[in-house]
Design a protein around this ligand. Sequence first.
Ligand SMILES: *Cc1c(COP(=O)(O)O)cnc(C)c1O
Length: 439
Amino acid sequence: MKDYEQFPPIIIDHAKGPYLYDVDGKRYIDGNSSWWCNLLGHCNPRINAAVKRQIDSLEQVMFADFSHKPAIELCEKLTPLLPRGLTRFFFSSDGASAVEVALKMSFQYQQQTGNPQKTRYMCFSEAYHGETLGALSVMGVDAYYRAYKPLLLDTIHVESPDCYRCKYGKQRETCNAECFEIAERYLEKYHRETCAFIVEPILLGSAGMKIYSPVYLKKLRKACDRYNILLIADEIATGFGRTGKMFACEHAGISPDLMCLSKGLTGGYLPMSLTVTTQKVYDAFYADFEERKEFPHSHTFSGNPLACSAAVEVLNILKEEKVLQTAGENAAYFKKIIRDRFCGMEHVGDIRSIGLINAIELVKDPKTKEPFPPECRYGFRIYREALKRGVLLRPINDTMYFNPPLITKRNDMDVMVEVCADCIEKVLSGDPPETDAFK
Ligand SMILES: *Cc1c(COP(=O)(O)O)cnc(C)c1O
């Protein structure tokens, strides 16, 4: 809140496509898709029309014993797009809730299939799965969970893959995921007590847009099968084309036992999430009433019809307008101009690209990969500079990244890259910060 004294929040009045406009009419290119959720542009005419149609027929109804057309249509349309075997849907209202559902469901699955000793979760040491208490328990990003540690579950944190600082001296494109041996050691030691392993497939978003090898996921899938551990893929950030494929699991050709979806699910319009699972998991809960095997979990706004109508239209647009194909062509262009502009720049340590997501990790010394001291807040200062010039690029520490809506055009990519590079040069060549606001 102290930052706001120097930099009051920007009040947004309206938006169109990749652009946000504030109350003074100043335009910003939404380079982070309003926190990774806007998929097909703001105020997309087709999604707007779909939600308007829906609001005049049904705005909300309880989602137990009752259902409605947009929810049914959404599940029908999503099933053939999902990795094989994911055919059972559970609705919630946001990403963290979808993760809570996956955690509870996988635990209960093991309880009800003869494995009561499997009570712990495994996760990556740099994972992000949301910020409710269960989700925080499988979190690796220290800043989010530090204050709540005494409240959290006793989970097993496995050192996550880090291709920039690879201990094995390998390249992501050619490695055999040698670092999986770390996970393998934990799995050998703890598999008897582990009910599920939760991962962000291919892309560790909040850890700084860190990308890892699909081979890792293949090995993890095999190991989970071997040890009867359910694999939860949190595709909340990666789903719906963000990594160039419909779902990031496709890069590895694997199917998880549970998948969490939100953010792009509704095009970033309305809060809704899904936990999708297999017939096998579903069957562990399927029983006569007296057996008490049900999954007792609900949210008031689960399956909200307006959110479902937006989600159905998103799938229609993705298909009819060949969005992924065009975005794929533009992704190659985006990657190239980013490499041309940032490669070899002072303090650029690593450049990571997948789909339209491109990250530039700034370090004090690219040779040693030593980061800047956090109190310099260089990323934050570059972000402030870029906002002045009409580009929204909210960094993760000193990792600047682009994660724009899939419909972003090349001329806006040009502008974002130029502004980001200029602002990096300006901030990093200036004097170290002195004012209180940067402390
Ligand atoms: C955003 C995000 C979440 C949490 O979703 P919320 O809707 O913010 O609760 C969980 N996992 C991943 C990978 C995310 O990016």
